[in-house]
Write a protein that binds this ligand. Structure first.
Ligand code: PLP
Length: 358
């Protein structure tokens, strides 16, 4: 028997979530965002399940190469574009399309002697204030791109900064500005991330770019994934490897921070921050043992956590444990650890084997 940690990847849930995207944005093509190893789920495996997406988006050239080597023939977009002229020269070989967000990239394209044209996404900054050309620069940049021999099709992209908050008016301003920019250009346009897909129908345009919702976590504040009809794709599982009876006053784990208030059973689960479980998960973070919630107690170690089994005195070594996923939303664990589902998923280490189910 090997160490029981597994990150189960539910292919059916993933396909279901893609279908939710399609139904929510029925007039848009879907660029599935699979950066950061498909939010920690496993890049090649996820892309091969998302075969019905129209394109994929990644953050780096290397991620794109992983997809091509896995046999993915879809259009692949580099969300930050190429990082130097050398990478630019390889784009055509792999048939990647590229975001162009700054003048350095534009000049490199103008100097590029590509044999076959590269499709680009002109990135406009409509209020995120991170990357992209400001609206006033867009017409000139567009004209320059369209004159480049190395450039094939040009499309327009921008990114929403606050779409996770349904009440934030800035999103309306961003949508209005983007609509105005797009007007009369006859370019394909893309603005919406997952939150845009779910909460801002006016942001859908020709292409939507969902990430987190594909993986079954909620992109909008105050709405659970279940309410939005999304199914969790990753379920992080392990087992109880010890059940120990402690006495009143015993201190549990590193630093002895948790003190037993009475004689009680303490369970030990083989999972820790070395497996991607957040070290900062606070006491009382829920853990499913045999499908029932029990509270985390004491500090998270690299390979183990301890749980309060007073509510489950029948629990035994070998019983199944779920850390997040099916029956326990990853958003809830993230909230207990002072972070967001995106981070917990994206930083999942290789150490936790990804096992495809369904
Ligand atoms: C990561 C990313 C997305 C996907 O965002 P989600 O919130 O995960 O849906 C979309 N567009 C761009 C430019 C991104 O960087």
């Amino acid at each position: 028997m090997t160490r029981p940690v597994r990150a189960l990847i539910d292919a059916q849930a993933l396909r279901h979530n893609l279908k939710q995207v399609r139904e929510t944005a029925p007039n848009s093509k879907v660029m599935a965002v699979v950066k950061a190893d498909a939010y920690g789920h496993g890049l090649a495996a996820i892309a091969n399940i998302l075969i019905e997406a129209h394109a994929f988006a990644v953050a780096s050239f290397d991620e794109g190469v992983v997809l091509r080597n896995a046999g993915v023939a879809h259009p692949i977009c580099l969300l930050e574009g190429f990082f130097d002229a050398q990478e630019l020269n390889l784009l055509t070989h792999y048939r990647f399309s590229s975001v162009v967000h700054n003048l350095v990239q534009l000049k490199q394209l103008e100097r590029c002697q590509s044999s076959s044209p590269i499709d680009v996404w002109l990135k406009a900054d409509t209020g995120m204030n991170r990357i992209g050309f400001v609206p006033d620069e867009v017409p000139d940049v567009l004209a320059r791109l369209q004159k480049c021999n190395a450039v094939g099709r040009v499309r327009l992209m921008s990114h929403l900064a606050r779409a996770d908050d349904r009440t934030d008016k800035v999103t309306n301003d961003q949508i209005a500005l983007f609509t105005q920019l797009a007007a009369g250009l006859e370019l394909e346009c893309s603005l919406a991330n997952s939150a845009g897909v779910v909460a801002w129908p006016q942001s859908h345009f020709d292409w939507v770019r969902p990430g987190i919702m594909l993986y079954g976590a909620s992109p909008v504040e105050g709405h659970s994934a279940a309410e939005l009809g999304l199914h969790p794709v990753m379920t992080l599982t392990s087992e109880l490897i010890a059940v120990n009876h402690r006495s009143k006053g015993d201190c549990v784990g590193y630093g002895g921070e948790w003190v037993c208030p009475e004689d009680m059973p303490v369970g030990v689960v083989a999972i820790g921050y070395g497996d991607g479980y957040p070290r900062l998960a606070s006491a009382l973070t829920p853990v499913l043992v045999n499908g029932e919630r029990v509270p985390l107690i004491g500090r998270v170690s690299m390979d183990m956590i301890t749980v309060d089994l007073r509510g489950r005195p029948d629990a035994q070594v070998g019983d199944p444990v779920v850390l997040w996923g099916q029956g326990l939303p990853v958003e809830e664990i993230a909230a207990h650890a002072g972070t967001i589902a995106y981070e917990l998923l994206a930083r999942m280490p290789k150490r936790a084997p990804r096992v495809q189910i369904n």
